[in-house]
Design a binder for this molecule. Structure first.
Ligand code: NAI
Ligand code: UGA
Length: 429
C-alpha cells in the first residue's frame, strides 16, 4: 500500500523528513502553525540552510507529491500515517524538556482522524512520553515512536541513508506499516522495540556523543596543564578501533538545538526516575568551561583587557554547513567578548541573518577579510571551509589567532607571522 503521510511541524527535522518521504515517492502533506513558513515552503523557499534540501523541496512540489498546509482538518483527512516533528526545547527556567508543542499538535490533529491511522513520533522526548500520549488516543488511532538521528548539514544524506532505524511500537500492525514505509531505503539495520526503549535510544545516543566530546575536551584541559598536545592525543586514541576518531574533535565544544538540551532533559528525567546521571552535569560543565577558556585565551592575547580591542569572530552557526544558531558556542563567546568591552566583528557564511536578529548588539562584517582587517585578535569559532581555506599571508598585518576548533594548520599561520594559539595545545607547535 502507498501510504499518504503528513508531517506535523516543519522545522529542521520536519522539512527534511517531508521532502525525503516525497523523494521516496510518497504523497506528503507538511503542516505547521507558522503561516509565513508554510506560504514560503509552498513557493519552494527553504527557511533554513541545509545542503541539497532546497532542491528536494522544489522537486517534491513540482512532482505534486509534496505540499504544505496550516489546516489540521486537511491533514486529518489526507493522511494514513502522521509524523510528529515538533520542537521539544528546554523548558523555560529549568532543564527538563518542554513537550507542549507535541501535546497541542496531537490535541489539534486527533479530532480530525476519522479512519484508522498511525501517529509516529519522531521528536526527542523524555522517556514515558509516548506511553502517556498513547493512553490518550481514541481506539482507531495508534502511536509509534521512531526517533530521528539526522545531523544538521547532512540532513538529507542521513535521512535517505540512516545508520539504523528504531521503531518503538505497541503492535505488529504498527511495525508492519513502518517497515513498509521505510522499505524504499533498502537494507538498513532496523531495531524494533517498545516505546520506552525507543525514546531512550535517542537520548542515550546524544548523551554518548556529548560525553565523547567533553571527554576529549577534559583531556584538552589536562594537556594545557601538562604542556601536551590534545590533537596528537586524539589522533592516537582514534586509531584504537574500539574508541574511533569521530567526535574526538576538541576545542570549543558542542552547541546546537539538540546535544545541550538533550543531555539536560535526560539528566532531569533520570532524576525523576531515581537514577541520577550526575556525570551528564559534568559533561555539561566541561563544555561550558571551553567557552570561558576561549574568551580567556583571547583576552590574554590582547594584553589582559578587551576594552577598545577589535575582535574578529569567524563563525556564528553552532557548526559548519548550517545556519542554526541555537545555543551557538561561537555567539556565546562573541557576546562575552562584547560584554567585556571588545569591539566584535562577526562573519558567518550562512548564519548572518539569524545572528543579527538574535544579537543586534554585535558588529557584523560582510566578508571574513573585512572582519579580520584591523583586528587585534581573530577567533576561529566555527570551522567553515571558507575559514579553514583562508590564506594567512593574504590577510594584512599578522596579529593573533585563536583556533578554537583545532581546524587550521598552525605552521602556515606561524610562518606567515601570526601568533597562533589553540585550546589544549602548547603555545609553540
Ligand atoms: N534539528 C535536528 O537536527 C534534529 C532534531 N531532532 C528533534 O526533532 C524535534 C524537532 O526539532 P527541530 O526540527 O530542530 O525543531 P524546530 O523548532 O526547528 O521545528 C519545530 C516546528 O514545529 C512547529 N510547531 C510548533 N507548534 C506546533 C503545532 N502545535 N502544530 C504544528 N506545528 C507546530 C514550529 O513552528 C516549528 O516549525 C526536536 O524534538 C528535536 O530534538 C531530532 C534529530 C535531529
Ligand atoms: O538530536 C539531534 O538533533 C542530532 O544531534 C546531533 O547532530 P547535530 O546537533 O546536528 O550536530 P553534531 O554534528 O552532532 O554536532 C553537535 C555539536 O558538537 C560539536 N562537535 C562535534 C564533533 C566533535 O568532534 N566535536 C565537537 O565539538 C559541533 O561543533 C556542534 O556544535 C547528533 O549528531 C545527531 O545524531 C542527532 O540526530
Amino acid at each position: 500500500m502507498r501510504y499518504r503521510m503528513t508531517v506535523i511541524g516543519t522545522g529542521y527535522l520536519g522539512i527534511t523528513h517531508a521532502a525525503c518521504m516525497a523523494a521516496l515517492g510518497y504523497e506528503v502533506l507538511g503542516l505547521d502553525i507558522d503561516v509565513d513558513k508554510i506560504r514560503g515552503l509552498n513557493q519552494g523557499e527553504l527557511p533554513i540552510y541545509e545542503e541539497g534540501l532546497g532542491e528536494l523541496l522544489r522537486a517534491g512540489l513540482a512532482s505534486g507529491k509534496l505540499r504544505f498546509t496550516t489546516s489540521y482538518e486537511e491533514a486529518g483527512e489526507f493522511g494514513d500515517v502522521h509524523f510528529l516533528c515538533l520542537g521539544t526545547p528546554q523548558r523555560a527556567g529549568g532543564f527538563a524538556a518542554d513537550v507542549s508543542q507535541i501535546d497541542s499538535a496531537l490535541a489539534a490533529l486527533t479530532p480530525w482522524l476519522s479512519r484508522p491511522s498511525l501517529v509516529v513520533g519522531k521528536s526527542t522526548v523524555p522517556v514515558g512520553t509516548a506511553r502517556r500520549l498513547a493512553d490518550g488516543l481514541p481506539e482507531h488511532v495508534e502511536l509509534a515512536w521512531n526517533p530521528e538521528f539526522l545531523r544538521e548539514g547532512f540532513a538529507v544524506e542521513d535521512t535517505l541513508h540512516p545508520d539504523r532505524i528504531v521503531l518503538g511500537v505497541a503492535s505488529d500492525a504498527a511495525e508492519r506499516v513502518l517497515r513498509e514505509v521505510y522499505a524504499p531505503l533498502g537494507d538498513v539495520p532496523l531495531v524494533v522495540t517498545d516505546y520506552a526503549t525507543a525514546e531512550l535510544v535517542k537520548v542515550a545516543a546524544n548523551a554518548f556523543l556529548a560525553t565523547k566530546i567533553s571527554y576529549i575536551n577534559a583531556m584538552a584541559e589536562v594537556c594545557e596543564a601538562a604542556g601536551a598536545d590534545v590533537v596528537r592525543l586524539a589522533e592516537a586514541l582514534g586509531h584504537d578501533t574500539r574508541i574511533g576518531r569521530r567526535f574526538l574533535g576538541s576545542g570549543l565544544g558542542f552547541g546546537g538545538g539538540c546535544l545541550p538540551k538533550d543531555i539536560r532533559a535526560f539528566a532531569a528525567r533520570a532524576d525523576e526516575l531515581g537514577v541520577p546521571l550526575t556525570f551528564l552535569r559534568e559533561v555539561d560543565a566541561i563544555n561550558t568551561r571551553r567557552r570561558h577558556r576561549t574568551v580567556d585565551l583571547a583576552r590574554e592575547l590582547v594584553g589582559g583587557s578587551f576594552t577598545g580591542r577589535r575582535v574578529a569572530v569567524l563563525g556564528a552557526a553552532f557548526k559548519p554547513n548550517s545556519d542554526d544558531i541555537r545555543d551557538s558556542p561561537a555567539l556565546d563567546v562573541a557576546l562575552a567578548v562584547h560584554r567585556a568591552g571588545g569591539l566584535v566583528s562577526v562573519h558567518d557564511p550562512a548564519a548572518m541573518d539569524n545572528a543579527r536578529k538574535a544579537y543586534p548588539v554585535l558588529g557584523y562584517a560582510p566578508t571574513p577579510q573585512d572582519a579580520i582587517r584591523d583586528a587585534d585578535v581573530v577567533l576561529l569559532l566555527t570551522e567553515w571551509q571558507e575559514f579553514t581555506d583562508l590564506d594567512p599571508t593574504a590577510l594584512g598585518t599578522p596579529t593573533s589567532i585563536v583556533d578554537a576548533r583545532n581546524a587550521l594548520d598552525p605552521h602556515s599561520w606561524q610562518a606567515a607571522g601570526w601568533t597562533y594559539r589553540a585550546l589544549g595545545r602548547p603555545a609553540l607547535l
